[in-house]
Design a protein around this ligand. Structure first.
Ligand SMILES: [Zn+2]
Ligand SMILES: [Zn+2]
Length: 285
């Protein structure tokens, strides 16, 4: 059985990834476990709004968006070195000719930074663009989701806010072709006080986001770093018109490339998705 391409891999070019996590080691791991290809989707995040973002978001005569919402301090975030990244990727393509190596980025909150993301995309040729929501505007501040944010909010309320913002992201940004980890906060779900995470508690929210994503012809990611999506969840995607599924390990270390893909493939297959016309493609219904 042919494994799918891993469309979500981070290396040292991402601001949150160790320098020991090289592209070369990730490629070697992909070959070792029999993946046909992988995409290096490095983080693209921003710590401030540009004037151009403001102009898109609030209009040419509107207030600077920074007056509407602050961005929580993110001291570790650095810009992607596009040139260095692309040169490294080109070397890997020479060294691993049998592996399909795709370029890409993971754009954080692309609907809030439209001009900043566009500037990065214009600087190189990026084949896989993931759209991600890692934070929500809370108390006037764009805040990353983590255990601390869950501590200050009812857990279900937190998820509902997340899905509401995710819908705005899907409808408000067309720069990405894969929606990454559509229920990202569940990684931080406080099971001890809120009970186990139940996808069914948010069926309407999932379906609403899926409908919007499907109508724009984009792919939904099965992220194997998050708790794995259920067959039912992928059926909701199928029922709402979803055509394509993308597999992503979200690896930040080479040994995690393609992790749990055997299980993810079983889930996607049970929900009705099959390998695409070539094995580098997304899975299709
Ligand atoms: Zn992410
Ligand atoms: Zn990621």
């Amino acid at each position: 059985m042919m494994m799918p391409t891993d469309n979500h891999v981070h290396t040292r070019w991402s601001w949150d990834t160790a320098s020991s996590s090289s592209m070369k080691l990730a490629c070697a791991r992909a070959v070792e476990i029999g993946l046909p290809g992988l995409a290096f989707t490095e983080h693209v995040d921003f710590t401030e709004w540009s004037r151009q973002d403001s102009a898109v978001l609030t209009g040419p005569t509107g207030p600077p968006v920074a007056e509407l919402a602050r961005i929580a301090a993110r001291p570790r975030v650095t810009p992607l070195d596009v040139e260095g990244y692309l040169a490294d990727l080109a070397r890997c393509r020479e060294e691993f000719p049998d592996l399909r190596i795709l370029s890409g980025i993971e754009a954080g909150e692309p609907h809030l930074f439209p001009a900043s993301v566009a500037a990065v995309l214009a600087a190189g040729d990026f084949e896989r663009v993931l759209g991600s929501l890692h934070g929500i505007v809370y108390d006037g501040t764009l805040t990353g989701i983590d255990n601390a944010l869950f501590a200050g909010l009812d857990a279900h309320e937190m998820m509902r806010r997340y899905f509401a913002d995710l819908l705005v992201l899907v409808e408000g940004s067309s720069v990405f072709n894969v929606l990454a980890h559509c229920d990202y906060p569940r990684r931080y779900w406080p099971a001890s006080r809120a009970g186990g995470y139940a996808e069914t508690d948010f069926e309407e929210e999932y379906r609403t986001v899926f409908r919007a994503l499907a109508s724009s012809g984009r792919a939904l990611e099965v992220n194997t770093r998050s708790p794995l999506a259920s067959v039912d969840l992928l059926r909701w995607w199928w029922q709402e018109g979803g055509e394509a599924v993308s597999f992503g390990s979200d690896a930040h270390q080479p040994f995690r490339v393609g992790e749990y893909f055997d299980r993810a493939v079983d889930v996607a297959e049970a929900a009705g998705f099959r390998p695409g016309r070539d094995h580098f493609d997304f899975w299709r219904r």
